[in-house]
Design a protein around this ligand. Structure first.
Ligand code: ZN
Length: 316
């Protein structure tokens, strides 16, 4: 049972990853430069980058890729429920109303979360570009390349832009280390190293734009990959829990079954995740959350990158 779920989980990580990348690409292509310019020049509300506006752009009837989020990922959820239900001896869960409601809820949550973070990153960039350095064309480009980033990534992309512009303003006397240390709170170590390497006399405005676009793309790719892994795993674990709840409702689940937390069991497991096993040694009922060092958690994943699972066993 677990192996089959793992197998389809891996396939859907790839599919969701490709879908998110296509989605980001489409958003960047479809939002007009004048719309971005109008937002930068007019310091009031930010209209075109609300979650609702992004959702309209990504509406399934317009968007073959975005349709995967409903059909493909929804189908994955149903498949996990069917596999997990079959493993405890229950069949016929595919039209179950609990399953359908939970599936729709999970899809809506995922969509809203992804779009809300995306919108927030773009709104933050627009606000910074209202008073930012560089001409308007460059600022519009910065807003466009922030589409697809998380709010934190967009802030660090902005710090990178500030650093490069500060260097360009006076390459003869600029001190790259001093520039970077002023902005260090928003830059990671690898980002600082990358920027320091770029701050050479041959750097010009065109190279700065190219460098920023390349860096934004690699951050967007990273975010799409980790979002795909996280969401797919979350769907798998929610699907299992849903299947067990249905089986319990039908009286199929043997009495005294409890959920146990299981880590991936290797050296990459975080201490806070390993601690959950000990904090719930007797397992938890289907309707009770696990106690964790990060607060209560109904079912894994505990946070981004988590590979933990819940397993169903008789209580000890
Ligand atoms: Zn974990």
């Amino acid at each position: 049972m677990t192996d089959n779920i793992e197998l389809i989980e891996a396939i859907h990580v790839e599919q969701l990853y490709m879908t998110l990348l296509a989605t980001i690409e489409r958003l960047r292509a479809e939002i007009a430069s004048d719309a971005i310019l109008a937002e930068i020049e007019q310091p009031t509300e930010i209209g075109a980058f609300s979650v609702e506006a992004l959702e309209a752009i990504l509406a399934p009837h317009r968007e073959p890729d975005a349709a995967y989020l409903d059909d493909g990922l929804g189908g994955f959820f149903a498949a996990v429920v069917a596999l997990a239900a079959a493993a405890v001896g229950h069949s016929g869960s595919s039209r179950d109303s609990t399953m359908l409601a939970e599936r729709d809820l999970q899809l809506a949550l995922m969509r809203t979360r992804f779009l809300a973070d995306t919108a927030q990153a773009v709104r933050g960039t627009i606000q910074r570009m209202r008073t930012g350095v560089g001409d308007m064309a460059s600022r519009v480009r910065q807003v466009r390349r922030s589409i697809g980033l998380s709010p934190g990534q967009a802030a660090s992309l902005d710090a990178a832009r500030q650093a490069l512009f500060a260097y360009l303003a006076d390459p003869a006397t600029a001190a790259p280390r001093a520039i970077l240390s002023r902005l260090s709170a928003r830059l990671s170590g690898p980002q600082r190293a990358m920027l320091e390497k770029a701050m050479r006399p041959e750097l010009d405005a065109a190279r700065v734009e190219k460098l920023l676009s390349k860096h934004a793309n690699s951050m967007a790719t990273y975010r799409a990959r980790s979002t795909a892994q996280h969401q797919t795993h979350a769907f798998a674990e929610q699907g299992k829990l849903t299947a067990w709840r249905i089986a319990e409702r039908f009286g199929i689940l043997p009495r005294g079954q409890r959920r146990f937390w299981q880590t991936a069991g290797d050296e990459r497991v975080r201490h806070s995740h390993a601690a959950v096993q000990g904090m719930n040694r007797a397992g938890v009922p289907l309707d009770k959350p696990f106690a964790t060092p990060l607060g209560e958690c109904m079912t894994p994943p505990l946070e981004i990158g988590c590979r933990c699972k819940a397993m169903l066993r008789p209580s000890l």
